[in-house]
Design a binder for this molecule. Structure first.
Ligand SMILES: Nc1nc2c(ncn2[C@@H]2O[C@H](COP(=O)(O)OP(=O)(O)OP(=O)(O)O)[C@@H](O)[C@H]2O)c(=O)[nH]1
Ligand SMILES: [Mg+2]
Length: 236
């Protein structure tokens, strides 16, 4: 098992031991139960919860900053930020007037459901209200480990930015298999990189034929209307 996060059932010698696999299974089972509890909890708050997964720097926080501008004041939102260290992303969101709490994992490369449960309580306390239309959960920047852990979200979103390359869906298939929406971000940079929108779409749909796909740039605004429409549609 990975010493940092427990996200792979591999022994230290590179093989899997029965003990390691059992511990891993029971960790995942405990996570699954807490995730169901989180989902009910979020529904009692009236919230649709979204889990954002991507490599570091794909533009998750920037997208949420711009989403705050576009969604407010029609919809209320709260944000649970996940990072290994620092309060920086929550501070960025709070500057937009949006309630945000920061979860720091202290080394683990993903959020898990028990940590997010704490985050829900802290968000309600911090916001001073118990009703939200949307709760966004920004996962730790990592395209691998977060895909294993249900956090109690209603939809899962995977982001890949143009500078990362269009070959990512085939290389990280589990994350795409388990996602509902694929956001191709930083499309304003397309002229400067060899990113192929056609390849990214094709590979993603080969992994998950039901995946919805939106191309956008939070900076230029291109595609943001499609993203906001997708969000609004979740509340209809
Ligand atoms: N050109 C361009 N840059 C962007 C866009 N969105 C984000 N960026 C830049 O990309 C960098 C990383 O953005 P963040 O929003 O912090 O990325 P993140 O996914 O939240 O990063 P982590 O939380 O560290 O995983 C910043 O310098 C942003 O200004 C975009 O649409 N276009
Ligand atoms: Mg961020």
């Amino acid at each position: 098992m990975c010493d940092t996060c427990g996200c792979h059932a591999l022994g230290k010698e590179g093989g899997s031991s029965g003990f390691t696999v059992d511990v891993h299974r029971s960790l995942l089972e405990a996570n699954r139960k807490q995730a169901e509890g989180n989902r009910l909890h979020l529904e009692r708050l009236g919230a649709t919860a979204l889990n954002l997964i991507s490599s570091p720097g794909s533009g998750k926080t920037t997208l949420l900053e711009h989403t705050a501008d576009a969604l407010m004041p029609g919809f209320s939102m709260g944000v649970i930020e996940g990072d290994i260290e620092t309060e920086r992303d929550a501070e960025r969101i709070r500057k937009k007037g949006i309630p945000a709490v920061q979860l720091t994992t202290g080394g683990a490369c993903h959020l898990d459901a028990p940590l997010v449960h704490q985050g829900i309580h802290r968000l309600v306390e911090h916001a001073g209200r118990d009703n939200f239309d949307f709760v966004f959960i920004e996962n730790v920047g990592n395209l691998v480990c977060p895909s294993t852990f249900d956090l109690g979200e209603h939809r899962r979103i995977v982001l890949v930015s143009v500078p990362e390359g269009s070959d990512k869906p085939a290389k990280y298939p589990a994350t795409f298999e388990r996602a509902d929406l694929f956001l191709i971000t930083k499309t304003d940079l397309l002229p400067y990189f060899d990113f192929s929108l056609a390849e990214a779409r094709k590979e993603a749909l080969e992994v998950n034929p039901d995946l919805e796909i939106i191309e956008l740039s939070a900076v230029s605004g291109q595609g943001m209307a499609d993203w906001i429409a997708w969000l609004r549609n979740l509340r209809n």
